[in-house]
Design a protein around this ligand. Sequence first.
Ligand code: SAH
Length: 233
Amino acid sequence: MKIGIIGAMREEITPLLEIFGKYEEFSLGGNRFYCISYKDSQIFIAYSKIGKVHSALTASSMILHFGCEKIIFSGVAGGLRSDLKVGDLMIATKLCQHDVDITAFGHPLGFIPESKVYVETDAELNDIARTVAKKHDTLLKEGIIASGDQFIASGQKKQWLIENFSADAVEMEGASVAVVCDLLNVPFCIFRSISDSADGEADVSFDEFLDSSARVSANFVKNMVDTLLNIGK
Ligand code: SAH
């Protein structure tokens, strides 16, 4: 099986490269793809660079060029729901693009014609994630993720995301990876560990917790990959 693991920033994939160890490197589209031979399978790891366009390119490359059959995103996010604290781990049930706005034409916020506001993550992969969480005694939260090309660091914008999208967490890449995987029929799941609360202190919190939260997500993703390969799905 070929599995693609994407992070947005170098810090989000560094723990995975440390865990897996030996890899081969390929360059494509301004990204480095780290290919690991593991348990009769291949794992491709890359960080896309920040934002929806970069992550869409990386997901497309993983699928169309490297032939990845599952995509897993591992990274950090701002928590919008009050129970999502720094270091908590969550999976996205569905994702939307909060910065899509053609409401001037009567469309709902986040909607693009011939597309949909929310893209759901793969039910089977999410079930496997729940099993892995149980096995490793990890609290795995779930929620809606809103993605956009903005770092959210204000109480007002946070409230707007909750009111308009019922979002539980915010980041800058998940929804674009979701759109690519959905359109190319590749099962995907999105793991995010909370680095900040998307409020006035978000930048300081992000800098302080990026590494530790990225590690929470990466460690879980390693267990997820092991389980996926064991059951051969
Ligand atoms: N400090 C970085 C910029 C980080 S942007 C620099 O100077 O280069 C934030 C990254 O973490 C994005 O990849 C995004 O997906 C995620 N993220 C974490 N908290 C976020 C928040 N509050 N709003 C939006 N994205 C957030």
